[in-house]
Design a protein around this ligand. Structure first.
Ligand SMILES: [Zn+2]
Length: 71
């Protein structure tokens, strides 16, 4: 018997003239729930505290320790 799979409700169309809410995703880079391997732990806070990776530096959100990336 070929039963139709339940159709999920279609996503709501974006508000006309606005794409509010979508841009937010660009701020996050989540890959399978893991972090990029270039992310490092804060040397001050120790393992468990990830440093946020920026374009040319990494910063600790806990103690604000900043480390410039080597080039
Ligand atoms: Zn820290």
């Amino acid at each position: 018997m070929a039963e139709k799979a339940p159709v999920k409700s279609a996503p709501k169309p974006a508000a006309k003239g606005k794409n509010a809410g979508y841009k937010v995703y660009k701020h996050y880079t989540v890959k399978g729930g893991g972090f990029d391997r270039t992310n490092r732990f804060c040397p001050k806070c120790g393992p468990g505290v990830m440093m946020a990776k920026h374009k040319d530096r990494q910063t600790c959100g806990n103690c604000h320790y900043t480390e410039m990336s080597k080039q």
